[in-house]
Design a protein around this ligand. Sequence first.
Ligand code: SF4
Length: 349
Amino acid sequence: MKDIFGWELDKLVEDVKELGMPAFRAKQIFQWIYQKNIFAFDGMRNLSKTDIEKLKANFSILPQDLIVLKVLQSQDRITRKFLLQLKDGAAVETVLMHHDYGYSICVSSQVGCDMHCAFCASGLNGCQRSLTKAEILAQVYLCNSILSAENQRISRIVVMGSGEPMLNFDNVFAALEFLHDEKTANMSYRNMTVSTCGVIVGIERMENLGHPINLAISLHAVRDELRTKLMPINKANPFVKVIVAAEKYAKKTGRDVTYEYIMLRGCNDSTEDAQLLANFLKFKHASVNLIPANSVLEHGLQKSDEKTIDRFLQVLNRNHINATVRKEMGGDIAAACGQLRNQFAKERT
Ligand code: SF4
């Protein structure tokens, strides 16, 4: 049984022809799956019964085989978090968010993560494996099929869930290119964001691709020793060099880079830190997103209080750095990446 989900149209045409069907069948199937979110051949109403039986006997479509282990909805109903079980039993998290402009999705790129950032639950048990292109796409299409009942669809995608996207570069960018195709979701690259903890070679590859995809850097500290403590990647990829690579990317694509900065009480939230950050980003094509931390109890780190965050923001603004504080979304449903998956693993054991 072949899983056809995420195949390019040309490949589907070839395999459909091998089953003795005309090439236009592949186009019809393609439309049902990627434009109408129908993942069961029985629901593809313009196919003949004989062809449906043949297709069912030979092909499967991944979103149908995903198991939704948990769905959590925040009290304000803005955020929905899904824990999905993949075919091999691994579980990943996907977050769907409602904004004024529509819906955005935050997808995972790996099962767990090897980067071991101190504030993140995804890195607690390391990376089990990278997700396939189809598994990344399936997170989007599953949510699209849920939204289609409300006549809505996802308009923005952020690769910021579990995993380091640059360590699964080929599959992540193949999935984004697939979603950009007008025969599938027809999503603009400008509505896509890839977030990295600072894998320089990945940023350079992204620059070579030349798509105007938004780049976000998880920065979180601008003192070398502290950043290495919070984010061990800083040893091999020092943040100063990451900023240089990101600035090159911004100049090539014309897209400002977003620097994510999680606010951790008494750790990285002093006025001096704010001034240092401003010094590094001055005159760069950059904006800063200050994130009030969700508490990940395993590490004992806590979020900064509102006053401190406001003071930090003012320092950045005084230095003409475009900065905002991210709205806290889904704190009551463990929205920070990895938290739900870890909770579930604990419950299971
Ligand atoms: S913050 Fe991102 S890169 Fe760091 S451990 Fe979590 S998922 Fe991995």
